[in-house]
Design a protein around this ligand. Structure first.
Ligand code: ADP
Ligand code: MG
Length: 310
């Protein structure tokens, strides 16, 4: 039986309450059943992300692999379909899936992530290249981002009213316009949906491979925004913020081979949403207090900076 990491237990129970605790109680038995089903044996320490446990295993046919079991949340439904569509291109291979259990057997890569790389240009270039490789025609059945555009536009307006006095009207209006102008008209390309440096792992088959996709169909520039938002703590340290933001957009757009202006607009949208999200829920890296205030204020500032073509 595996030992479920304490931090993962705490995180799941805090977020999901009683259903989370019940799911955690079953988890060692679930993992044991899946190992038996897929004829695997444990091969190293259990690790985890925000929503899933990852168990290194060994099996005769593939050698090393990992078993990932996620909390049964609607946001985790499309992960196996997404890996299947990539078929190892820019992302880890999917060996097996058990959708009722939200479980997958995946190609094992190294435990080291792109977040360990210091050089910001390198991080952005790797993420941009991965973004380009992952932008294959989206399979049917994945959520279409274009179907979210009106919902997001309404949500932005409601939240702007709720958090009045934090961001200027012009900034919110610009994010709403992005939904009207870019949101409705998006290509049917596969979008990772949570592209950031901790979801890009060092590998041997390719230098870096993506894990942990949400799996949407839409504009690959969407994930330029996800990535830029995930760099907030790094950008907070920049001596010249406009220049640093400029640089992220330049480097990402070039590596991903997508229009820089589209990346800017999606990034602006993500920054506005992140500022609202932070005020409502806090961030993983800043749950409350002055640290959270500082980060939400920074998100406001980032959204404002991204509002004008840079
Ligand atoms: N295929 C893999 N090979 C090796 N390690 C992995 C693999 N997938 C995930 N991991 C490890 O588990 C961690 C969490 O995985 P992730 O899929 O991002 O989970 P979550 O959905 O909970 O964020 C990663 O940061 C990495 O350390
Ligand atoms: Mg992750």
């Amino acid at each position: 039986m595996i030992e479920v990491p304490e931090a993962f237990v705490r995180g799941t129970v805090d977020r999901e309450g009683e259903p989370g605790a019940a799911w955690i109680d079953e988890l060692p038995a679930t993992v044991a059943q899946l190992m038996e089903r897929w004829e695997c044996v444990p091969d190293g320490d259990v690790t985890h992300g925000g929503v899933g446990v990852v168990v290194p295993v060994r099996r005769r046919s593939e050698g090393t692999a990992v078993l990932k079991v996620s909390f049964p949340h609607p946001g985790n439904i499309h992960e196996p379909d997404t890996f299947a569509a990539w078929d190892g291109r820019g992302a880890v291979l999917l060996h097996e899936r058990h959708d009722d259990r939200f479980a997958m057997l995946l190609e094992r890569v190294r435990m080291s992530t792109l977040a360990e790389v210091e050089d910001s240009d390198e991080v952005i270039t790797v993420a941009g290249r991965i973004n380009r490789r992952l932008a294959v025609p989206a399979p049917r059945g994945l959520p279409r981002l274009r179907e979210q555009a009106d919902i997001w536009a309404d949500q932005l307006r409601r939240e702007a009213a709720e958090f009045a006095g934090t961001m200027s009207r012009r900034v919110v209006d610009s994010a709403v316009s992005t939904m009207h102008e870019l949101g409705h008209d998006q290509p049917d390309l596969l979008v990772h949906g949570d592209l950031h440096a901790r979801n890009i792992l060092r590998a041997d088959r390719e230098p870096w491979l993506a894990v942990d996709p949400k799996g949407y169909a839409g504009d690959p520039a969407y994930d330029g925004g996800t990535l830029l938002k995930s760099r907030a703590l790094k950008l907070l340290e920049a001596d010249d913020l406009p220049r640093a933001v400029h640089r992220v957009l330049d480097v990402f757009a070039e590596a991903a081979e997508i229009d820089r202006e589209r990346v800017r607009r999606w990034a602006q949208f993500h920054a506005v949403r992140a500022a609202h999200w932070g005020r409502r829920h806090g961030f993983r890296v800043a749950r409350g207090g002055s640290r959270l205030e500082r980060l939400t204020a920074f998100m406001d500032h980032l959204a404002e900076l991204l509002t004008e073509p840079l």
